[in-house]
Design a protein around this ligand. Sequence first.
Ligand code: MEV
Length: 447
Amino acid sequence: MEENKPLRKRDKIIRGFSKLLKEEKLKAVAEYIENPGEFIALLKSFWYQDFEKQKQFDEFSENTISNYHVPYGVSPNVVINGKSYVVPMVIEESSVVAAASAAAKFWGDRGGFHAEIVDVKKVGQVHFCWKGEKQTLINLLPEIKNEFIKNTDSITEKMKKRGGGILDIELIDFTDKIPDYYQFLVTFNTCDSMGANFINSILESFGHTLQDFFSKQDNLDEESRIVEIVMCILSNYTPECRVKVWVECPTSELNGIDERLDGKAFAEKFKKAVDIAIIDPYRAATHNKGIYNGIDAVVIATGNDFRATEAAGHSYAARNGHYASLSYVEIKDDIFRFTLDVPLALGTVGGLTSLHPLAKKSLELLGNPSAKELMMIAATMGLANNYAAVKSLTTKGIQQGHMKMHLANIMNQLGATEEEKIKAEQYFKDKTVSYSEAERFISKIRS
Ligand code: MEV
């Protein structure tokens, strides 16, 4: 019946959408689709039968009408600082988990990955405008800071007990760039939580305190008793919440990776590829994307915020005024060392880490790590994927491996049987894979 209804015109607005029930939302949205019945059935087929379980997912976000599945893979035998992990990786891109696993195996035989936390400081800012004398602000600073701390005691109490809290409050004068504009740059330790809510609550409290404080300064002129709070928000640029991971071995242990090059020559070519990503932003973006293939997969699997970690990494990659690689290679005394130096603000308690049943299990699979340990694990997978990508690029190219997966995906799309898939794999061994070629091959063998 619904199938005969005309499609909803795209210039019409659905009013009051957020107030509709889930079923009603689904129906309203289906009006944009040629076959609404099929659309509704498909989206519903991805609902959990268990009402409570589905409700939990629906409530993570808004206007939810279904669930979107992404593969959950694992990379076993990842040795970091002598400890072995099975690392969960949630990613839709083929080859990433295989590449990480192969790199983990290779480096596992060469001492594993080494990792160290540089620091775990997170930052937030109160951006405000004030028209008074700068020196007055400086003179009042100790008093203002005291008020800040006093008024946030109830928020920081628990975090202080865990060893965290507010570490520093710095006034920064930007009045030469924007008239009357200052900021408080606040540094935090949020222990094992990502801490976004904690930080933002404190910053908003600081904002109120600042306005309140100046409104009571009767000795100041009227204008100086007014503070404009522009915004209070954490910064995703966390250069001091950082981790370093590296692998190293004598170049002779790289013999055999490329049949045309010995280990030393391979190491030098590999370094050249990484150096290119250090000087050239076009290459750096792709190089770093390969790093985030590994990092994001772990970040998502553990219920962390991958947009935040990417924002941190890409801004850190541009810290010297031009966008560059997050990893680098050193070859000294015939020792090859490949290092990734990356900011990562992750949490292992609170938020989705405990709400999402799979995020919770991912953390259990990793042995319920601290936030610091998780930073090391996620960065390791970034380095593993970076190593695998640059190794492939500098030896046989990446298409060989990718095309195998690509062919498998096409075969699935064409509804190929297992027997047909094997035949296709044989046939395309030395040929270029494309959808149309695969389609032609399938119809040929079927006829
Ligand atoms: C593909 O997802 C990632 C690579 O492009 C990374 C790289 O080029 O280093 C293979």
